[in-house]
Design a protein around this ligand. Sequence first.
Ligand SMILES: [Zn+2]
Length: 303
Amino acid sequence: MRSKLRIPPINLISLRSLNARMILAEQERWNYNGLEKGFEGELQFDLLTDKLQSDCIVLKGLLLEVGGSEFQIDTTVIFQGIIYLYDVKNYEGDYYYEDGKLYRIKGNIVKDPLSQLKRCESLFIKLLQELGFDVRVEASLVFINPEFTLMQAPCDYPIIYPTQVNRLIKKLDKVHSKLNKSHEWLAQQLISLHKPVSSNMKLPSYEFNKMEKGMICAVCLTLETEEDGQFIVCKKCGHREPVESAVLRHVRELQLLFPEMKITTVLVHKWCKVVKSKKRIRRILVKNCRSVGKTKVRYFLFE
Ligand SMILES: [Zn+2]
């Protein structure tokens, strides 16, 4: 089995920053928490697919487009004769199914994940046709959270329940498969077609001056950090990160949130706030970035 680490989608990375540095409106916070929870579920599923021994390629988190329609596949497993698509849901609590919709017993209607799945499957098949690849495709919903119950769903629906996930992995491990160059080619094509940013991405509005400055802990995502010698230390969770890597992580954050801003020592020093010495920031930038211009107007290009 071949696969790579799952990377958080760009809008989730941006929202993590915004959530740490400003107060999100209730709806925005709700959206953010939903994305975070969904991503956590996908990572849980990765822990299982990472153990696969059979000859397959696992692609994590594809955002694709065909004929102007965007669609997202959480996990794609390519075997010799079949491609499995999985949409992973981290729902928790009691739900019931009625007339093509999912209802939460205490709460509101959830968008029908099954019709989303069908849409995704047919768009994926269309894309395969465009690529000239003819192979069977099977899409399923995976409910990964052990606290999830769904009542009244027809039993022929393509749903994997929490109690069936381990059996699914065993089944995938028994698939007879011998991949060849054409499968590698297909995987490469799909990776190259992956869109880093969704065209539906909507972020809350934000301004540099109104955002809280400081360094965000890479683990607990709060601004509870301080400089301690060669490290940035989190007062909340105790995580320690070398100053250099923490500063570079925040340069990337600046570039993501404010692509039009020029990276200068003054800007990064202001943004990171907890690193007291401006010289220290400058040394890190000089070492890691290409600098443009002279002293006073110098800015840095960081790839
Ligand atoms: Zn922390």
